[in-house]
Design a protein around this ligand. Sequence first.
Ligand code: ATP
Ligand code: CA
Ligand code: CA
Length: 410
Amino acid sequence: VGEGGEITYKKIQSSQIMGSIQLGIQHAIGGLASKPERDLLMQDFMTVETTNFPSEGSNHTPAHHYSEFKFKTYAPIAFRYFRDLFGIQPDDFLMSMCSAPLRELSNPGASGSIFYLTNDDEFIIKTVQHKEGEFLQKLLPGYYLNLDQNPRTLLPKFFGLYCYQCNSKNVRLVAMNNILPSSVKLHQKYDLKGSTYKRKASKSERVKNSPTYKDLDFMEHHAEGIFLEADTYTALIKTMQRDCRVLESFKIMDYSLLVGIHNLDEAQREKTDARKRNDSHSDDEDGDKKGLNRTRSINRQRLVAHSTAMESIQAESEPIDEEEDVPPGGIPARNARGERLLLFIGIIDILQSYRLRKKLEHTWKSMIHDGDTVSVHRPSFYAQRFLDFMAKTVFKKIPSSLKHSPSKRK
Ligand code: ATP
Ligand code: CA
Ligand code: CA
């Protein structure tokens, strides 16, 4: 946060970054239309296109009221191919990214990155460090070899890499799929790594409106874990094993499983409570409007193909009750009390390779704490511990006693 309370990144106002990158992306997508579709070539991964955006406009760029800037688009043809792989039409991508103002996420990580969410909830744009941007560029060909073979994955899907340059400052940005729906209340949110060292949400995090909890908090809140149908459990763990093998092959570590939990039974109770409160008051117009907006976004099909949590793990289940207005694709589950849950999950923050990683003091400490002194094996150690934690502590096969609990749907 900069002077005057405005959010800034590298001393540039966030609103200026948002507006400028929308102009940049619009121009980049527009420019692609003239380039015919063709097979990808290796050099497509290396190309960078740079465009100047003077405030007064130019032959190919519109006038604008932001500071003059340069916009770089990395590997435009390659990313077009990846968007196509996930069924994203150029017009739809343009509409998502540019037709409405972006929303800034108020709950970012510790690294100081800024996150923007597109208005339709489909994409997240994250600012990344120079090293992370470079790493993604190098990773691209191999990463997409894997995604092309197996698009059913919980791994992040990258749809663009850009650099906004203004006053000799560089802001690098990646566009990726959004994992957490904002149209539905997430009663709990976890960022899980399978480590216990310092893996507790800070005090300042816990007082937030929708805090992101960590491993130790999860073990406290869900001492018995979260229960899935046997088939769903198997599909989930298989997908994570496959994904971790890919990450390990690139020596990637420090990634997390992001888990958003919508508790259907709790939502029901909240609804009933709200109704009771409303009976004693006059009509709540504001609430009504919100309700309308919500249903509209919920009934939309997802733009990015096979990328809901259920599609990612290639699982199917009976649809949940029609009267519940929840977005599609959450993984049905139960907590130890037998309450019905919907999980929205994905793997995030994979752009830190072991080789590129800063040797922060806490890293060494945690290395010793975790008993992992053979550093060459760290990525494989990380993957194994991650998988173990997910398969044994976080997710469990549903025991038959829970299956027949009274709150099971009719
Ligand atoms: P650090 O390196 O300190 O862990 P970071 O700035 O790299 O932080 P991430 O770990 O990538 O940030 O993400 C921080 C938070 O942003 C996550 O806990 C999550 O709430 C949200 N987030 C990140 N990626 C996504 C995504 N693809 N969809 C939805 N939310 C996301
Ligand atoms: Ca992280
Ligand atoms: Ca990070």
